[in-house]
Design a protein around this ligand. Structure first.
Ligand SMILES: Nc1nc2c(ncn2[C@@H]2O[C@H](COP(=O)(O)OP(=O)(O)OP(=O)(O)O)[C@@H](O)[C@H]2O)c(=O)[nH]1
Ligand SMILES: [Zn+2]
Length: 194
């Protein structure tokens, strides 16, 4: 990522069903990301931060195959109550894109798990790149945060940026019959703290 090529919007108000937020957008090549901030973000010593990876099927349609939709709800509720930031990271399908993710779902319909499906399509199990997240955290002057995640890779990434993690806040949501195996695979093979 070349930080000189990142285009940044101004900050704007965004009232929502969760409460009043401020938002700022960042364009990094063909991906556009959104920082969703509580109005008191800049006065907090240890704001809550969630790095939410885009999941159109979960976030927009309420898919039950994953936990994304409930995790996004939970994070927006938390930052609205306690103050903080959700970075909506537009790397759909662990950054393989929507078409490939749906092909991965097709393979899952035929017995592959979420990791096997990615590998079968010629991708790594997780293709996400967090460099834009580092840029956003620094742009917003966040030096110490409470990170909302179950994913050890996100924890390692934030530590690698020099931003201090005051605590890890788990993002545990409801298990259902459709996401049970997916959550089990994340726990067993991807090290998620579930
Ligand atoms: N390739 C692929 N991507 C998926 C699949 N299911 C969900 N995703 C994507 O995975 C990303 C979310 O990753 P998760 O592993 O659920 O959670 P996480 O963001 O790594 O970790 P948390 O911070 O704990 O939520 C989103 O970009 C989803 O679109 C799948 O079966 N295949
Ligand atoms: Zn999802």
């Amino acid at each position: 990522m070349n930080s000189e090529t990142i285009i940044q919007s101004k900050i704007a108000n965004l009232p929502s069903k969760y409460g009043k937020f401020k938002v700022k957008a960042y364009k990094d090549g063909c991906q556009e990301h959104l920082a969703i901030m509580s109005c008191d973000l800049f006065s907090l010593e240890q704001p809550l931060v969630r790095i939410h990876s885009e999941c159109l099927t979960g976030d927009s349609i309420g898919s039950l195959k994953c936990d994304c939709s409930n995790q996004l709800d939970l994070a927006l509720e938390l930052i609205s109550k306690e103050g903080g930031l959700v970075i909506y990271h537009r790397q759909e399908g662990r950054n393989i894109g929507l078409v490939n993710k749906i092909n991965a779902y097709n393979l899952q319909d035929n017995g592959y798990n979420t990791i096997e499906a990615n590998l079968k399509l010629g991708f790594k199990e997780d293709e996400r790149d967090y460099s834009i997240i580092e840029f956003i955290l620094k742009d917003l002057n966040l030096n110490e945060i409470k990170l909302i995640t179950n994913n050890p890779k996100k924890i390692d990434f934030v530590r690698s940026t020099g931003v201090k993690i005051a605590s890890i806040v788990p993002s545990i949501t409801k298990i259902n019959k459709y996401n049970k195996d997916y959550l089990q695979t994340k726990k067993e093979y991807m090290g998620h703290i579930l």
